[in-house]
Design a protein around this ligand. Sequence first.
Ligand code: NAI
Ligand code: A1CAB
Length: 270
Amino acid sequence: MTIKFGLIGGGVMGEALLSRLIARGIYQPSEVIVSEPQTARQAFLQQKYHVGVTTDNSLVFTQAQDVVFLAVKPQVFSAIAQELADTVFTDHSPLVVSILAGVSLSQLEAAFPQSPVIRAMPNTPATVGSGMTAICSGAYTYAQHQKLAQQIFSAVGEVVEVSESLMDAVTGLSGSGPAYVALLVEALADGGVASGLPRGIANQLALQTVLGTAQLLHESKLHPAELKDRVTSPGGTTIAGIAQLEKAGFRSALIEAVKAATWRSQELGK
Ligand SMILES: NC(=O)C1=CN([C@@H]2O[C@H](COP(=O)(O)OP(=O)(O)OC[C@H]3O[C@@H](n4cnc5c(N)ncnc54)[C@H](O)[C@@H]3O)[C@@H](O)[C@H]2O)C=CC1
Ligand SMILES: O=C(O)[C@@H]1CCC=N1
C-alpha cells in the first residue's frame, strides 16, 4: 500500500494527531510511517496503531506521498534540517506541516526549499476531537494543500486560518491554554477540599463546572461577562468569590500568562 502520511516525532502531539486520524479513517495504519528515535516509543506506536516505524527522517520524506508532519521539539529543528540537507525538495514534494512552536514559515522554507509548507498550532484536546488549530500557509502551497491541512485538522477539532504574524499569540493562548485550564480545574478542586469536600467529589465538581461552563458559552453564544452576571446574585456567594479573585489578580495572571507564552514562542523561533 502507498505511504501517504509521514510523522517525524511520535511524542505527545504526534500521537494525539495520529491516533485521531487513524480512528477517523482519514489514513489507514498501512499508509502511515513514523520516524521516532526512542526505541520504546517506536515499539509502543507500532503495537498500538500498527503503523510503520523508522529512525530515518529522510525515509519519511521519500516515502510519504501526501504529507509529512513535523512534531519534534523546536530545539531539534535545526538538527533535522541539517540531516535532511541532501534531500531534494521541489514543489512536487509532500506537503510539510509543522506544529513546532515558534518556528517560522521562512525557517521551514529554508529547510525544505520550494516545498509546500504549512505552519500549524494545534492543542492537546485534539486527542479527543476537541482540538483548536490555527494554520497559515507558505509561499509554495496551493489550494489543494490548504484543503488537505483543513481536512486533517478538522478531524481533530476546529480550525482557523490566521496570518503568520499571529501564530505566536495563538501558541500562547490555545496552544498552551490546556495547561492553564488544567491548573484551574486542579485549583478549584483544591479549594473544594479546603472547604471540606472529599477529593473525588471535589475533582468531579471542578471538572464538570469547567466543562459545563465552556459548553454553555459555546452553545448559547453568551458573552462571558453576561454569563458571569447571571451567576452573580446581589450580596450573594459568587460576588464574594469574584472579589477575592480580583484581589489576587486572577484576570491579570491569565493575561500575563498568555503574553509570556507568546513571548516565549517568539524566542523559540530565534
Ligand atoms: N504538547 C503540546 O501541547 C503541543 C506541542 N506542540 C509542538 O509540538 C512539538 C512536539 O511537542 P510534544 O509532542 O509535546 O513533544 P514530545 O517530546 O512529546 O515529542 C517529540 C518527539 O520527537 C522525538 N524526536 C526527538 N528527536 C527526533 C529526531 N531527530 N527525529 C525524529 N523524532 C525525534 C522524541 O523522541 C519525541 O518522541 C513541539 O514542537 C511543540 O512546540 C504544539 C502544540 C501543542
Ligand atoms: O509548551 C510548549 O512549548 C508547547 C507549545 C504549545 C504547547 N506546548
